[in-house]
Write a protein that binds this ligand. Structure first.
Ligand SMILES: [Zn+2]
Length: 171
């Protein structure tokens, strides 16, 4: 299996192929994880039990859409007392469970949607090679939660009331 250096970070995966698609490229990548803990009993396992495939969209590259075809490892639990026979590796930090896009793509789409709204945002994202539906953008906005350590200033009714009151106070 040949590999090559990527211009971006794809931790714990080895890219084996880059294939053209209708709108860009597809990177085929295999997990390099050597062991994982059984989610049922916690015992570490190095017994591979094949791969399963996940297709996810990623940030565009050189004005081309980028798809990742990820082959995620499955393991056999080595604990004979465990009721779990096989399990898959934990999702990488840059990909949420069941997600069809990487976290970095979802964040970029969210920023556009929050700046422009989901209708105009969907049109601009198509131009930027990150197409997605208006419904998906609306869902991203609804599920967005600021980081716990965020120092975002909350603008509320009082700010608006103060700004409206200032000109009146000066006149
Ligand atoms: Zn187990």
């Amino acid at each position: 299996m040949d590999s090559f250096a990527l211009p971006f970070h794809l931790p714990d995966f080895l890219v084996s192929a880059c294939q053209p698609t209708d709108h860009g490229y597809r990177l085929v990548a295999y997990s390099t994880l050597l062991q994982a803990a059984c989610p049922c009993c916690g015992q570490q396992s190095r017994c591979f039990n094949g791969f399963y495939r996940r297709d996810v969209a990623d940030l565009p590259s050189c004005e081309a859409q980028l798809q990742l075809q990820l082959f995620v490892r499955r393991f056999r639990c080595a604990n004979p007392a465990c009721r779990r026979r096989t399990f898959s590796q934990v999702d990488p930090a840059w990909l949420k469970p069941q997600a069809r896009r990487t976290n970095r793509l979802a964040l970029a789409q969210l920023h556009v949607a929050m700046a422009l709204g989901w209708q105009a945002g969907s049109q601009l994202l198509t131009q930027l090679h990150m197409p997605t539906s208006r419904d998906t953008l609306l869902r991203l906005i609804r599920h967005w939660q600021p980081p716990a350590s965020s120092t975002t200033r909350i603008v509320g009714v009082d700010d608006w009331a103060i700004r409206k009151a200032e000109p009146m106070a000066q006149s």
